[in-house]
Design a protein around this ligand. Structure first.
Ligand code: BEZ
Length: 255
């Protein structure tokens, strides 16, 4: 997946604007060291730092990290992969918003989170859970089929676990789940009539890669046609997001 950070910053600000209560759940304290895993263009790392903690952001995308450094030149951002990241000093908390559904190897990510935390440290995250964007994916599949380029399951790049599955993974890896919710959060997309098209062009390009480029506009148009009755209201597209939100604590006595 290649990201276009300026498009992301301009058209998808809801990604971090909707995370205010996730930051409340994290509750950063002055002096704490907090890792923002999958920080994108750095806006939530910036909010964590504004609350007095030392915020460090990592992302696998060099383009996103370059933009994060431009947005917040005083903060530390590094290009690191969620499946293998490593730091010399441990963190009081690992935070992640709208990032972990991009990584299909959750055990590797959780092992890195566990290694990065101090004993008693917290992991606070929100990402797409089971059923996330089910209508959008279903419509893209039907539209691909309609133009004669059926979508293969392996080109779907996301991991949307159930609450039970993810909580069990955390607990097997030494992270005790304190709070966990799976909830629907219909999300208004910016851009009016063009909102769904922009969302697909930013986030779902992998799903269209197998479609010859001259047929992609037809796929997008067909997807809009299928979804319009359910997801377009009063001039605004609503993505059928379903979020998994949780807080877990690394076992062991705080030092
Ligand atoms: C999400 O935030 O749930 C999401 C965003 C882009 C693609 C897939 C899921």
């Amino acid at each position: 997946m290649t990201w276009n950070p300026s498009r992301y910053d301009e058209k998808h600000a809801y990604v971090w604007n909707l995370a205010a209560d996730l930051i409340d759940l994290l509750s950063p304290k002055p002096g704490e060291r907090i890792l923002d895993l999958g920080c994108g263009t750095g806006h939530l790392t910036g909010r964590i730092a504004a609350l007095g903690a030392e915020g460090v952001g990592i992302d696998a995308s060099a383009e996103m990290i370059a933009q994060a450094r431009k947005n917040y030149p005083d903060l530390r951002f590094e290009i690191q992969d969620a499946r293998v990241f490593r730091f010399n000093l441990p963190f009081d908390a690992v935070f992640s918003n709208a990032a972990l559904h991009w990584v299909k190897e959750p055990e590797r990510v959780i092992a890195c989170i566990d290694r990065a935390l101090k004993p008693g440290g917290r992991f606070v995250a929100e990402f797409g859970g089971k059923g996330n964007i089910a209508r959008i994916v279903g419509a893209i599949k039907a539209a691909c089929q309609a133009v004669g380029s059926p979508l293969k399951e392996e080109s779907i790049p996301w991991y949307f676990p159930s609450l039970g599955e993810y909580a069990a993974l955390l607990e097997r890896n030494g992270l005790a789940v304190n709070e966990a919710f799976l909830f629907e959060r219909p999300t208004p997309l910016e851009g009016g009539e063009a909102g769904l098209r922009d969302w697909i062009e930013t986030f779902a390009t992998n799903l269209l890669q197998h479609v010859p480029s001259d047929r992609r506009p037809a796929v997008i148009q067909k997807t809009e046609e299928i979804l319009r009755p359910a997801l377009f209201q009063n001039g605004v597209w609503q993505a059928d997001y379903k979020r998994l939100r949780l807080k877990a604590i690394k076992e062991g006595k705080p030092v």
